[in-house]
Design a protein around this ligand. Structure first.
Ligand code: PEP
Ligand code: MG
Length: 756
């Protein structure tokens, strides 16, 4: 590569010296623009910095009227400088005044300059300002000059990002880097969290920008790229089931990018211009991100994120860094901001420091969200753009109720949220007071309010919420957060810990409910399923793989030695499945007693009612089991034919509508007729209005997430159940014309001051 007198290397060398001198920020900027102008033989060099109010302010100039510094301003998109900032692209013009976007700023006296080269000051793809050189003569700047100016802009971006220029901003104004930003998304778990950003994939801060020897750096880059490619090949060749499907596609994309010659060439070029390999990766990445930021094609944007991940991996290779020790450096009010993450990764963070989670991707039923819910932290999902706008340590609010996130919030917004948190805390206080009150309706009917759980992290909530037991323990969660099948001992240990923590309160363990949307990365279903919700899942799968069920049953029996054991089967479709499962259980009981193991004092077997076929054999079902638990999430999905995970349709129909309410009534009636206890453990149980409806339909036991116990109990204490039963007697067979049941129920509650 040619090295000229104005070559980037010479300029970068000067900059390095300037950065090391103990100078005031303004003076440093003045010297930088002066040096750039002289190195590039330009009459003008100016730096504009983007403020939070979307105005580009002149921060330093060599050549223009010095009095214009901090006075000359352009809006984002206005003039050449505003155009560069808005598009994040350089402009190289031999006759600037001919450009349609040219805007003349009288205070600068720039009318006499013809040629113009402006580059965006970028960091992590965000525009922080614009750096410009100008000449009187008409000329086109060479590629190496453009490259030199872009590289210099990167150094300035670091100065802005580290807060060096903050002292130069006028009171009341702020730089764009500190601009408040609000993001809309989807509510994944209720709650409000105020805290500070912790980027799950921390942006690696490259501190060493300038290289001593380009060839050395190119070699270092080649070595790091070599190991990166090897590690990707290795993952792909492992044929590990963990890397099937989407995972594999991402890896294939990584491999393609890692071998992309254009990328490698641009990296080498940046190094030859004087940057370290790390700084080169950052520069090329930042340029690409800025360009792709404006793309709307979701596929390409997704690929860009893959590319980001890859660049981050390459940086780690170059800096020889493993994942940071997060626990040690975590603020005490951490809000994790991630593109996406695995459930186990979330569990790596210490619970006592977590205040919330913001995900750019994810679905409400994704594993990480299930775990976050179990941990009781607010989650906003599908919050696009949060990762690139956030810096570690920024103040942030996550609103899990609305599904929004507010980055660097203004004081009034923060105050409003602090008030909201206080309000919620007061409400929690009321719920806590209810905790030890008997769980009885206003007219004296006792009701069991149970909680759903699935991991050890849930268990402290049993005492805190005042739940009378665990109505649904989702055993598959242990399988979902593990990287291989949990061994029999690990299963037994968890079940024993759960029973110990429950201190005699009843616990209902559901046998593993995998398949459908609950996939285990290490357990492959060889058949491609078009309708996984209707496919090989839950009891169907475990009856086909009896080894799995046997191991689990044995672990449960051993863990519950000397105590009561309640087990239920998910997704039962026909009674024969219960018979088969019972045979397996009986065999395990015989096996354990042969070896003189302590057995449970009683063993109750139940079935989940989630598949409509059971509705047509309710009496037989009630006789075939010791208890029934309605999985209303699945039952509703199958009754209404709406995919519960598809946000386009999942809220389309109301569970509190006549057909579903009638279904629920039939179940409650059959339970009474047959003296078989019934519980309902889907999401319906957790919302006060639907919980109220369930009680009116005859349910006396419902199981919900622990956070719902307080609000549901508050409703229960004010509810005259007999009146609601009478209401249903009147309205369910002959609904009031045209008025939705939900509205009627709301009116019922309002008339009686029942808190919903
Ligand atoms: C249900 O389907 O309502 C249920 C409780 O089970 P899950 O949500 O785990 O499918
Ligand atoms: Mg279910």
């Amino acid at each position: 590569m040619r090295e000229t007198a104005v070559g980037p290397r010479v300029l970068l060398k000067r900059l390095r010296e300037l950065m090391q001198e103990p100078l005031e920020p303004q003076e440093r900027l003045d010297r930088i623009v002066r040096d750039i102008a002289s190195n590039m033989v330009a009459e003008v060099c100016s730096l504009y910095v983007l403020r939070a109010d979307s105005v580009l302010e002149l921060y330093a100039t060599e050549g223009l009227n010095p009095k214009a510094v901090h006075l000359a301003q352009l809006r984002l998109g206005q003039g050449l400088v505003g155009t560069i900032a808005a598009s994040a692209r350089s402009l190289n013009l031999s006759n600037a005044q001919e450009h349609p976007a040219f805007a003349y700023l009288p205070e600068t006296g720039e009318e006499i300059y013809s040629s113009f080269l402006g580059v965006p000051v970028l960091r992590a793809g965000r525009t922080l300002g614009v750096l410009v050189v100008q000449n009187k003569t008409m000329r086109t700047y060479r590629d190496d000059e453009v490259e030199a100016l872009e590289t210099t802009a990167m150094v300035i971006a670091e100065m802005i990002a580290t807060g060096d220029l903050a002292r130069l901003t006028r009171p009341g104004l702020e730089l764009d880097l500190k601009r408040p930003a609000s993001f809309g998304g989807v509510s994944f778990n209720d709650g409000i969290g105020l805290g500070h950003v912790v980027l799950h994939e921390p942006r690696i801060v490259v501190t060493n920008l300038f290289n001593e020897d380009s060839e050395d750096e190119v070699r270092r880059l080649a070595a790091a790229l070599g190991s990166l490619r090897l590690s990707i090949d290795d993952m792909l060749e492992r044929r590990d089931v963990a890397f099937e499907g989407e995972h594999r596609e991402v890896l294939e994309a990584y491999r393609m990018f890692a071998n992309d010659r254009g990328w490698v060439r641009r990296l080498e070029e940046a190094i030859r211009n004087g940057l370290t390999a790390e700084a080169a990766v950052e520069k090329v990445q930042s340029d690409m991100r800025a360009r792709m930021m404006h793309m709307t094609d979701p596929y390409l944007r997704e690929r860009m994120s893959d590319f980001d991940d890859l660049a981050n991996r390459l940086l780690r290779q170059l800096m020889g860094r493993g994942p940071d020790d997060v626990a040690a450096s975590l603020p005490k009010d951490a809000i994790i901001v991630a593109r996406s993450m695995g459930a186990a990764e979330l569990l790596d963070y210490p619970r006592d420091k977590l205040r919330g989670l913001v995900l750019e991707d994810g679905a409400a039923t994704s594993h990480v969200v299930i775990v976050a819910r179990a941990m009781g932290i607010p989650v906003a999902g599908q919050v696009k753009g949060a990762v690139s706008m956030a810096e570690n340590g920024d103040a942030i609010i996550v609103d899990g109720e609305e599904g929004t996130a507010h980055l660097r919030p203004q004081p009034d917004l923060e105050a409003a949220y602090a008030e909201k948190v206080r309000f919620r805390a007061r409400r929690q206080e009321l719920y806590r007071e209810l905790r030890n009150k008997p769980s009885v309706s206003a007219d004296g009917v006792p009701v069991d309010l149970l909680m759903n759980a699935g991991l050890m992290v849930d268990l402290p909530q049993l005492a805190e919420s005042g739940a009378s037991g665990i109505g649904l323990f989702r055993t598959e969660l242990q399988f979902m957060v593990a990287s291989t099948f949990p061994r029999a001992e690990a299963q037994e240990e968890l079940y024993r810990d759960v029973l110990d923590a429950a201190r005699g309160k009843p616990v209902t363990f559901r046998t593993i409910d995998i398949g459908g949307d609950k996939v285990l990365p290490y357990f492959k279903n060889t058949a491609q399923e078009e309708n996984p919700a209707l496919g090989w899942r839950a009891i169907r799968l475990t009856l086909d793989r009896p080894g799995l069920l046997r191991t689990q049953i044995r672990a449960l029996l051993k863990a519950a030695g000397g105590r009561e054991l309640k087990v239920m089967l998910p997704m039962v479709t026909e009674l024969g499945e219960i018979v088969q499962a019972r045979e397996i259980i009986d065999r395990e009981v015989r096996h354990l007693s042969r070896f003189a193991h302590l057995l449970p004092t009683s063993l109750k077997l139940g079935a989940m009612l989630e598949v409509p076929s059971l509705l047509f054999q309710l009496d037989e079902l009630m006789k075939a089991v010791d208890f029934v638990s309605v999985g209303s999430n699945d039952l509703f999905q199958f009754i209404m034919a709406v995919d519960r995970g598809n946000t386009q349709v999942s809220d389309r129909f109301d569970p509190l509508s006549i057909p579903f309410l009638r279904v629920l009534k039939q179940i409650a009636d059959a339970s009474r007729r047959n003296h078989t206890p019934v519980t309902l453990c889907g999401e319906l149980a957790g919302k006060p209005i639907s919980a109220m409806a369930l009680l009116g339909l005859g349910f006396r036991s419902i199981s919900m997430s622990p956070a719902s116990i307080g609000p549901v109990k508050a409703m229960l204490c004010e509810l005259p159940i007999a009146e609601l039963e009478a209401f249903f007697e009147d309205n369910l067979p002959a609904p009031a014309n045209g008025i939705p049941m939900r509205a009627l129920l709301q009116a019922f509650a309002d008339d009686r001051s029942i808190p919903l």
